[in-house]
Design a protein around this ligand. Structure first.
Ligand code: AMP
Length: 281
């Protein structure tokens, strides 16, 4: 497994493999790897000849009051985990390699980014779309793998790939969860023991909403209230948003009549967790 810190070295590595006719799978991450990340890598391993991951805590996608500085980082541990898949190369650039002095170009996906995490975290998706576009241009993969855990992010990236005619396939991988249902996230390490004990309420409330839909409840406001009531009853939980929107355009709806996304963001103390479930009309 190669550790590459320079863009030129990634291009060289990819070029050599391409000339041998090999397909390239790519998994972008911010590191502090867990089973969710590893599942993306395993799927890439099954579908592609060569697997490259990136580990880059992208400063552009964090707001000024967010957790960029304290975001968990552990390269040695990440390399050991990546080697178990195994992956062929890890791209681990410094911020100055990605954004040298004078850097001025950004990618904005409009519309889709006005709601949910886009509303709570202004500039977040601009940072995501920009870094992902750069990474796609650097790695030039045949397929890139993203988790359904960040549902709005996948929609934004699919939109960007279509709009900018990027020649790759986006693969979405289902959310990997802890035994008690909590979606795996690098940020789960921030949770205090009582917060960790309460956090599974998020997924339980999503499952309850899905059951309610299956039993005939199609009214979006009532479904959102059901989820809000259950989450608010958990000690320390503060809802950032809890919304049902149509897929794939994320438009507001009143009734569930086709595929819809129930997405939530919940704060426990300083920690903001997101999760979602797809509701079928
Ligand atoms: P991050 O390091 O948080 O930026 O995540 C990198 C990739 O892993 C993104 O495509 C995420 O959606 C995906 N991911 C993170 N957590 C999970 C999870 N629990 N299950 C599946 N994919 C995940």
């Amino acid at each position: 497994m190669q550790l590459l810190t320079e863009i030129a070295r990634v291009r060289q590595f990819v070029g050599e493999n391409r000339r041998q006719g090999k397909s390239i799978g790519f998994v972008p991450t911010m590191g502090y790897l867990h089973e969710g990340h590893l599942e993306l890598m395993r799927q890439a391993r099954r579908q592609c000849d060569v697997v490259i991951i990136s580990i880059f805590v992208n400063p552009l996608q964090f707001g000024p009051s967010e957790d960029f500085n304290r975001y968990p980082r552990d390269l040695e541990r990440d390399l050991k985990l990546a080697a178990t898949v195994p992956v062929d190369a890890v791209f681990y650039p410094e911020a100055a390699e990605m954004y040298p002095p004078g850097y001025s170009t950004h990618v904005d996906v409009t519309g889709l980014t006005d709601c949910l995490c886009g509303r709570s975290r202004p500039g977040h998706f601009r940072g995501v779309a920009t870094v992902v576009t750069k990474l796609f241009n650097i790695v030039q993969p045949d397929r890139a793998y993203f988790g359904q855990k960040d549902a709005q992010q996948v929609l934004v990236i699919r939109r960007l790939v279509e709009d900018l005619n990027l020649p790759l396939e986006i693969v979405t991988v289902p959310t990997v969860r802890e035994a008690d249902g909590l979606a795996m996230s690098s940020r789960n390490v921030y949770l205090s023991p009582p917060e960790r004990a309460a956090a599974p309420v998020i997924y339980q409330s999503l499952l309850n909403a899905r059951d309610a839909v299956r039993q005939g409840e199609k009214n979006v406001t009532r479904l959102e209230e059901l989820v809000q009531r259950q989450i608010s009853s958990a000690p320390g939980a503060q809802i950032d948003y809890c919304e049902i929107r149509a897929l794939p355009n994320l438009e507001r709806i009143q009734q569930i009549s086709g595929p819809a996304l129930l997405a939530v963001a919940v704060r426990f103390g300083q920690t903001r967790l997101i999760d979602n479930i797809v509701l079928e009309g």
